[in-house]
Design a protein around this ligand. Structure first.
Ligand code: DHB
Length: 368
């Protein structure tokens, strides 16, 4: 196929290393989207080039440079963690290539380049919802524990701000390293402080380790609840966490158990194509990101350069497996519902079951 008849998407993901589950989920979702929607769009043959950045930002940047210069990709996509997205943003700007963030979730990423469009979520969106829910549900004193980088700092800031505004107390805010964290000494400290709850943010794939140590140290028996954004009860790992996870309440934009027809179809197709794997919020960010790219390609009739594609991505509105969502044309960031969910057992499986919703939440992290 001649170069002029192809449309290339450079999908950069952590396929190995600590964030590998993010890469596995997003790659599977992107391939599902293509299988369902075909690989010929507006007369172009769509090619997906998957690269493993091992979640090292310098590697992400080098791969992006190579994809733009040598492979001449039309769109860059993926980005498992915030530092990878931030390292690559200047390349999107210089080459006028749309950069679709499918995973990373620090508010500031969309401000790092006018070519960034986000289909994942922001920690600020999820954390504010928990800052409202907790004090209305008997939780007055909270210790926060977050991974010490962009999304963790956002989660801590936006949870704390709202929780304090609602009359709560936060006697201590703890930060753990992103790489190879040992939660034990931090959890001991939490036990000594005896808060009503521990608010946690760790990235996708790290939740099971937190849950294990939380239970091993008998934090639940000491009367300390576990709350957080939905990253900690990641649907990719939740089933393996055991009954100790029952009752954990989190706020997030996606649950495998979201009870809509669109989601039921998505979960079923994803499971069929990937036996033993259920889609988590990363998969949904990837699936919706592919939709945004496909629709931009259609809207520009296959003729669009980077600026035309970017313009066609802004303002897209559609029903995602997460529920209704749109890409805010001003901020290029996702607007969607945030749900309160509780871990429950259904047919022998653990799920984040939604029990309340805050509709059409914009990123609170954008300058007013
Ligand atoms: C980020 C990564 C995650 O795995 C997650 O669950 C949330 C945010 C990030 O690096 O932005």
């Amino acid at each position: 196929i001649a170069q002029g008849n192809t449309f290339k998407i450079g999908l950069i993901l952590p396929m190995t290393g600590q964030q590998a589950s993010t890469g596995r989920q997003i790659e599977a979702a992107a391939k599902l989207y293509m299988a369902q929607n075909g690989d010929t769009v507006a007369g172009k043959k769509v090619g997906l080039i998957v690269k493993d950045d091992t979640s090292i930002p310098d590697v992400t940047k080098r791969l992006a440079q190579d994809l733009v210069v040598n492979d001449k990709v039309n769109v860059l996509a993926g980005f498992g963690i915030t530092p990878s997205a931030l390292a690559t943003a200047p390349i999107a700007t210089q080459s006028k290539t749309p950069l679709v963030v499918m995973a990373a979730a620090t508010s500031s990423i969309t401000q790092a380049s006018p070519y960034v469009v986000r289909t994942s979520f922001t920690l600020a969106q999820a954390a504010v919802a928990m800052g409202d829910w907790a004090p209305k549900n008997g939780i007055k004193k909270v210790v926060t524990l977050v991974s010490d980088y962009g999304p963790g700092i956002d989660a801590e800031k936006y949870f704390k701000e709202r929780f304090l505004f609602n009359g709560g107390q936060v006697p201590e805010s703890l930060r753990v390293p992103l790489r190879n964290p040992d939660f034990a000494p931090f959890l001991q400290k939490v036990r000594d402080l005896k808060p009503d709850a521990l608010f946690v943010f760790v990235p996708s794939g790290a939740g099971a380790a937190v849950m294990k140590q939380f239970l091993e140290r008998g934090m639940d028996k000491a009367g300390i609840k576990l709350i957080g954004t939905g990253d900690v009860t990641d649907d990719d790992q939740l089933n393996g966490m055991g009954d100790g996870a029952l009752g954990v309440v989190t706020s997030h934009h996606y649950s495998t158990a979201h009870p809509s027809a669109v989601n039921k179809k998505f979960v079923e197709a994803f499971g069929k194509a990937n036996p033993g794997l259920r889609p988590n919020f990363m998969a949904v960010g990837g699936y919706d990101g592919m939709r945004v790219i496909y629709e931009a390609l259609k809207a520009t009739k296959g003729q669009g350069g980077g600026d035309a594609l970017l313009a066609a991505m802004k303002g897209q509105i559609f029903e995602s497996p997460r529920g209704p969502m749109f890409i805010d044309a001003q901020t290029r960031d996702v607007v969607h519902n945030i749900y309160l969910r509780k871990v429950e057992k259904k047919d022998g499986q653990l799920y984040n079951v939604e029990f309340d919703v805050i509709k059409d939440v914009k990123d609170p992290g954008k300058a007013k």
